[in-house]
Design a protein around this ligand. Structure first.
Ligand code: ADP
Length: 234
């Protein structure tokens, strides 16, 4: 479970996250929605321990900056960052060594098969398309079998086949009891699987929607536009 309490983040004088609190339960897909510049990536980077912030963030009750918490967390950044001169398989080997994983080879093979990368194991990072890089980045995040997974705009730049594969992987993680936090500005992309959505605007959480609590006849999209652009039907 991911718990964010009263988190604020400034870049110089600019307040990019303003007193944000949220929880992501195990087995739930929580979506961070919001227009560009709302502060989604900033929050995600804070949760992953990549930024200094005010407030507190825990992963399964452990401070997110601790090594123990980092072991529980998988992070897939918006732009995959691969090593140009390592092969696909060497990326997984690198993660296995960094996390001191034992008997990881079978899991690596399973992940590569699931993401249709089995025939690309000897390709170098620099030789991969954006979609393949994204899939390798996801395999690296999942190899240590994290309890919480954070994906920043995971579907951007993928073709329909890649989108389907990654959506299926997200559904599997949810079924497996992972706490999932996904940032996106593509509302429809998470339509099938979301449980809780936080709509962010100007660095704040402007609304919290639970799937079961949506008013009859209202979609997430209706709520999103009424919050981010004002209710033009009123
Ligand atoms: P989102 O992911 O919702 O598009 P971001 O978290 O990337 O939003 O950005 C929120 C705000 O913080 C934006 O106004 C952006 O320009 C600003 N910002 C993001 N990163 C930095 C940075 N490193 N330095 C200064 N301002 C930043």
């Amino acid at each position: 479970m991911i718990t964010v309490k009263n988190v604020s983040k400034r870049y110089g004088k600019f307040l990019a996250n303003d007193d944000i609190s949220l929880t992501v339960q195990s087995g739930e897909l929580t979506v961070l929605l919001g227009p560009n510049g709302a502060g989604k990536s900033t929050l995600i980077k804070s949760v992953c321990g990549l930024l200094r912030f005010r407030g507190s963030i825990t992963i399964d009750s452990l401070d997110n900056r601790s090594v123990e918490a980092k072991r529980l967390l998988g992070y897939v950044p918006e732009m995959p960052v691969l090593y140009p001169m390592l092969t696909v398989y060497e990326h997984l080997e690198f993660i296995a060594k960094a996390y001191r994983l034992q008997n990881w080879e079978h899991s690596a093979d399973e992940l590569l098969r699931k993401f249709e990368l089995s025939d690309k194991t000897n390709k170098l990072g620099k030789e991969l398309s954006k979609g393949m890089q994204q899939k390798v980045s996801i395999c690296c995040a999942l190899l240590p079998q994290p309890r919480a997974v954070i994906l920043d705009e995971p579907l951007v730049g993928l073709d329909p086949h890649g989108i389907r594969e990654i959506k299926a992987a997200i559904a599997d993680l949810k079924t497996g009891g992972c706490a999932l936090l996904i940032s996106t500005h593509m509302i429809e992309s998470m339509e099938d699987n979301w449980d809780v959505t936080y709509i962010m605007k100007d660095g704040k959480v402007a609304a919290l929607c639970r799937r079961g609590d949506l008013p009859a006849g209202q979609t997430l999209e209706d709520i999103y536009f009424s919050i981010t652009e004002g209710d033009k039907t009123a």
